[in-house]
Design a protein around this ligand. Sequence first.
Ligand code: SF4
Length: 239
Amino acid sequence: MKNYLTYSKIDTYVQCPFKYKWIYIDRNDYKRNIASERGIFARAVLERYVTKLMELKKKKNLKVFDKIFNTLWSDTYGIILSDYDKHKIKDYLLVYIQKSIEIKHVLAVECQFSFYLAELKLQVSGRFNRVESLPVNRLKLIDYKIGQSQFFFSDSLQSWIYGYALLDRFPEYGGHQISYRFLEKNEFMGFKPQDKSKLKSKIIGVASSVLSDCQMLPTKNKWCDFCDICEQGKCSEWN
Ligand code: SF4
């Protein structure tokens, strides 16, 4: 029998096995925290904006940006987020789009990836925010981040999975890189995936724990303060 995991499921397990079980095995309700909602809104604006620029073959267009931002806000996010969030997100997105998007290089926006690990009979899938081709046969994955770069380690599960998926899906390119863009502070951090077999064994190490863990115990971590399970009083580790 084939197993299926997404990057975000594996990442949730790494944060806390009990949280993974609560959401994905027991299928309990789980309310996303405000920081996640802010990130989802900002990514949705960028996805639609870059897709539209590709259609229009334009470098940038602030009217298009405003229209997309305001439509998404009034249709969905205005009832979840505050006006303070709205202005803050708009400000940093405007800084980002003025300088950091080269439409002529964009190959794909919000594209699905998937690879198979025969050792675990496991299909792993996920989504790239944006992929660009660069001069001299290089390829860059851009991943949007909302948090702060000082709390982020680029040599971690996300880079292993994204890196392996990049090398697997685009083998014809001579160089691959991942650029994490921290939108709020306009910072970035890079990772160069090179050795596919090393990345694969790291992913297998983590994924096999997800597939074989029978206990799924709660594990305190830096996201506990924002966890809906403790809000509901259902976590034994949180008091
Ligand atoms: S509050 Fe509990 S369930 Fe939530 S992440 Fe922390 S340890 Fe896991």
